[in-house]
Design a protein around this ligand. Structure first.
Ligand SMILES: [Zn+2]
Length: 119
């Protein structure tokens, strides 16, 4: 079973962008199956290209977000990671992190607890 742990926001968006590339290629591949129907193939090709273009936009957006993200050293695995917003998870060990001391253990736990019991 795939374990549903909290993912860092940047990783989430990156996964989304990567899956968009794959979806784009799949759509284009499906388009090739319709090469006898010219307009249908064209529609699939355009959709596939759009998905890929959109994914590069998302990648660009990640780049923008990364510059605003706060680089920190994860207290849990001691690797450098980046935080987006006040609460995020470590990119490497998925350790929940917060910049705001008041939020420590809050906000996060609600979503965290429902998916997985705390260790
Ligand atoms: Zn970590």
């Amino acid at each position: 079973m795939a374990d549903i742990t909290y993912k860092s926001k940047i990783n989430k968006i990156r996964t989304f962008a990567l899956s968009l590339v794959f979806i784009g290629f799949i759509i284009m591949y499906v388009g090739l199956l319709f090469k006898n129907i010219g307009w249908l193939m064209l529609v699939f090709m355009i959709l596939g290209t759009m998905a890929i273009i959109f994914s590069s936009v998302v990648y660009f957006w990640i780049g923008m977000l990364s510059t605003r993200a706060v680089p920190i050293i994860c207290p849990s695995c001691e690797k450098p990671t980046k935080m987006l917003g006040r609460v995020d998870a470590c990119m490497h060990c998925k350790q929940p992190l917060t910049l705001d001391k008041d939020l420590e253990g809050k906000e996060f736990d609600e979503s965290y607890n429902s998916k997985k019991k705390r260790r």
